[in-house]
Unconditional design. Structure first.
Length: 107
């Protein structure tokens, strides 16, 4: 029993060391993705319709310089200065087909 526990602990330590020593994964020559929205201005307040106090829906988003190697899109809407939670995830949309304009009010 003790040998099994020690073996498992040794494996966990080896995995931990491998993760710690892992280098960052870098993809070269990726164009700078720009995301804009006609729903609000850059660094502006998000309109109430796109919050939990309104329709709680996603705004239309425009993407430019999307990498041609992309196969699907994922959008994460995090509030980095939420008054109660600090960083708060409002919504996540994934497996969207590649498109330059993501329509508003995705369910």
């Amino acid at each position: 029993m003790l040998v099994s526990i020690l073996a498992v602990l040794l494996i966990l330590v080896m995995i931990l060391l491998a993760v710690i020593r892992q280098k960052d994964f870098v993809i070269e020559n990726v164009p700078k993705l720009t995301v804009t929205s006609p729903a609000f201005k850059a660094n502006g307040t998000i309109p109430v319709d796109y919050t939990g106090n309104g329709k709680n829906s996603s705004p239309e988003l425009h993407l430019s310089e999307l990498d041609e190697r992309a196969v699907s899109l994922a959008i994460i809407m995090d509030d980095i200065d939420h008054p109660l939670a600090g960083v708060y995830n409002h919504w996540l949309i994934w497996n969207l087909p590649i498109m330059d304009t993501i329509p508003a009010e995705i369910p």
